[in-house]
Design a binder for this molecule. Structure first.
Ligand SMILES: Cc1cc2nc3c(=O)[nH]c(=O)nc-3n(C[C@H](O)[C@H](O)[C@H](O)COP(=O)(O)O)c2cc1C
Length: 225
């Protein structure tokens, strides 16, 4: 009888250890999750961190202080999203990936506005010139973009329809001219239904991009990253 009880206890211990799993590796399930049914789905994604961004640096006569889309860092001019993406990659050790298109966007303000407006009206899917190898390797995918026409820029639609981030945690970040996130995290969730898009996306006004280093650090710490 005593032997039977001992065997039962050993079996129960083995089963409970198997249920805990856990290799010690950081996975998507250890990062903040949105409160949705999907958040309890098993992750199919790998454990690496990716920092994807799209940015079109404007080259005409204004700078960030005047509300434009570039910032000067150590003598180098960067688009706002390019700058914030680099900060996030530096803080997290994530791999940077720039979304590039075959077509070249105008880099002066008014022609760029008109071009992007036409593209949105046509619901265009601009062809991408940069290719992401092995999207399934990433458990955490930061995605950064400027708000264009109160929406995602159209190349983001091409990107999010081209790759499958099922099981990954997607963390949006944006720089905008007043629209905030403009509902874009919900759009990303619709385009990536099997990923978990976090609720705490980062939104920085282009007028305060110079404070991005502190904003990024405090945001990452809130995300416990
Ligand atoms: C074509 C275009 C459309 C824009 N539309 C909006 C908008 O609807 N709402 C908003 O808040 N900002 C808008 N902006 C401002 C950008 O979101 C902002 O300047 C951003 O910092 C640009 O980032 P980048 O330099 O990395 O491209 C627009 C900018 C451009 C060029």
């Amino acid at each position: 009888m005593k032997k039977l009880v001992t065997i039962s206890l050993a079996l129960a211990l083995m089963l409970s250890l198997a249920a805990c799993g856990g290799t010690g590796a950081v996975t998507a399930s250890e990062t903040p999750q949105p409160e949705s049914a999907e958040s309890s789905a098993p992750s199919a994604a790998g454990g690496n961190t990716l920092v994807v961004y799209f940015s079109v640096m404007e080259t005409d006569g204004v700078d960030t202080v005047a509300g434009a889309s570039r910032i000067s860092v150590d003598g180098e001019s960067l688009g706002n999203l390019e700058y914030v993406a680099e900060l996030i990659a530096n803080e997290t050790g994530g791999e940077l990936f720039r979304i590039e298109t075959v077509q070249e966007y105008p880099t002066t303000h008014q022609p760029l506005l008109e071009f992007a407006h036409d593209e949105a009206r046509e619901n265009a899917r601009p062809e991408l010139a940069s290719t992401l190898e092995n999207p399934g390797d990433y458990g955490v995918v930061f995605i950064g973009y400027p708000i264009w026409n109160a929406d995602l820029p159209m190349p983001l639609y091409t990107f999010l329809e081209s790759y499958d981030f099922s099981g990954a945690t997607i963390i949006p970040f944006t720089v905008h001219g007043g629209s905030g996130l403009a509902g874009t995290p919900d759009t990303i969730q619709q385009l990536q239904p099997d990923a978990d898009v976090v609720t705490g996306a980062l939104s920085i006004s282009r007028n305060s991009v110079d404070t991005a280093p502190e904003a990024v650090r405090s945001w990452l710490s809130e995300l416990e990253m």
